[in-house]
Design a protein around this ligand. Structure first.
Ligand SMILES: Cc1cc2nc3c(=O)[nH]c(=O)nc-3n(C[C@H](O)[C@H](O)[C@H](O)COP(=O)(O)OP(=O)(O)OC[C@H]3O[C@@H](n4cnc5c(N)ncnc54)[C@H](O)[C@@H]3O)c2cc1C
Length: 394
């Protein structure tokens, strides 16, 4: 996989070897897709979390998807498909016609009781450990509510949702699913962003690091995202000059193995522990990475922070994040495991099709291009369109 990627990057690219997101990732990638779906009249029911794929049959010939059970996470005043998820214009500086996504639900569109409870209990609807029971349950039945189902839930989250498909305790489990779920590894990732009061030329020597990797583990990769600073709404007089995004993978594994969902404190604990490891890593490696900055104190002083914040507290004005939620786990392409990936039309269950960066594509790795290619392939399997799906050489 790695050799193929390096060959592709070196000889197979068109335009540029890599592209930066011009704005935030959701705004750049998902706002246009969402707006296109909306223009096509697709109904998107927000606040529905799939809790179980219901299946029947115990042989290759009889296995079939029969239903999809969902938890309604909150009720939308105007109906779930009338929720307007993007931030209304004018709240911050944004590119024309490309509204951003908020960090939290837009509570004023939710039923007052649901909004009040979510806020009072500090519920994050994307947190598998939140203990939120939801406000109801919906089951869609094959043949009644839908004909075909395209499953785009990531592999890390599928372990719970798709137990009847892969867990040998169920008579319906398919050996191909059992192997895929057990053999293909996922991993939590951790990232941090540092805002500096100096441009990159005053921070490190050598070439500009637009996108670079190979630094000390476990945070070997860094990107320059200074171009998004202008959209971040900084007060004039305290606008950073450089934004560095550092990222890396933690050890492969699934946090739910060690911390079942009733261990409510786990996500917070993981955030704190990982942030502290990242800060220590910075303390150990800042001089190699930012060699034009002298001492540790000087390094802290060139980080952007509110006036009056001094010393190590300036790190608290940066952003440290551990991605430990099942849905956020990163799919790995370890040697010998690609053969266990299922193709878009190979779920082995009638009425069920697959897409996502974890399915088999010609890229077979965790990236947006693989997810898009997989989406095009599943469309082609179902409808024969598009007639051409891009695939890299080699
Ligand atoms: C730290 C990090 C950095 C990355 N950097 C890059 C990069 O620079 N370039 C790049 O190309 N790729 C990058 N990736 C990979 C990229 O994000 C993924 O490959 C891509 O998002 C996969 O798309 P997907 O549609 O398969 O899954 P996702 O984008 O994960 O979408 C799956 C959707 O399913 C939803 N979902 C999950 N569970 C349920 C449920 N039970 N019910 C209903 N919905 C559910 C989720 O909310 C999510 O919206 C990065 C990933 C990480 C973690």
């Amino acid at each position: 996989m790695a050799l193929r990627w390096f060959l592709l990057l070196g000889f197979g690219y068109k335009g540029y070897p890599a592209y930066d997101f011009r704005w935030s990732c959701p705004q750049t990638v998902f706002s246009p897709l969402y707006l296109a779906l909306q223009a096509l009249g697709v109904k998107i029911h927000f606040f529905h979390e799939v809790t179980e794929l219901q299946v029947e049959g115990s042989t290759d010939a009889t296995r079939a998807l029969t239903g999809v059970r969902m938890r309604q996470q909150a009720r939308v005043k105007d109906g779930s498909c009338r929720y307007r998820p993007l931030l209304p214009p004018g709240q911050r500086k944004d590119p024309p016609s490309l509204a951003p996504w908020p960090r939290e639900p837009l509570y004023d569109q939710l039923h007052d009781d649901d909004a009040a409870q979510l806020r009072e209990r500090g519920i994050d609807l994307e947190n598998a450990w939140s203990g939120w029971e939801g406000t109801g349950e919906v089951t869609l039945q094959q043949g009644v509510d839908f004909d075909l189902c395209v499953l785009g839930i990531p592999l890390g989250a599928l372990r719970e949702v798709a137990r009847p498909l892969h867990d040998p305790k169920y008579a319906t489990a398919s050996p191909a699913w059992t192997t895929m779920v057990n053999e293909i590894a996922v991993t939590p990732t951790a990232s941090f962003q540092l805002w500096f009061d100096r441009p990159w030329e005053s921070l490190y020597s050598g070439a500009h690091r637009a996108l670079a990797t190979g630094f000390t583990q476990p945070w070997p990769s860094v990107g320059d995202f200074s171009h998004v600073i202008e959209w971040e709404g900084w007060p004039s007089g305290n606008t950073p000059r450089h934004l560095a995004y550092h990222t890396g993978a933690m050890l492969p594994g699934h946090p739910l193995d060690e911390y079942p969902v009733d261990e409510r404190d786990y996500p917070q604990m993981a955030q704190e522990e990982t942030a502290s490891k990242m800060k220590q890593w910075l303390r150990d490696n800042y001089a190699a990475m930012y060699d034009k900055v002298g001492s540790w104190d000087e390094f802290l002083s060139v980080l952007n922070a509110p006036e009056g914040v001094e010393g190590v507290a300036r790190l608290d004005a940066q952003y440290f994040h551990a991605a430990v939620q099942p849905s956020d786990l990163y799919i790995l392409s370890q040697a010998g495991t690609i053969k266990h990936r299922l193709g878009q039309g190979e779920s082995g269950f009638q009425h069920l099709f697959l897409c996502g960066d974890w399915t088999r594509t010609s890229l077979n790795s965790g990236c947006v291009e693989a997810a898009i290619q997989s989406g095009m392939l599943v469309s082609k399997v179902i409808s024969r369109r598009p007639s051409f799906v891009w695939s890299p050489g080699f």
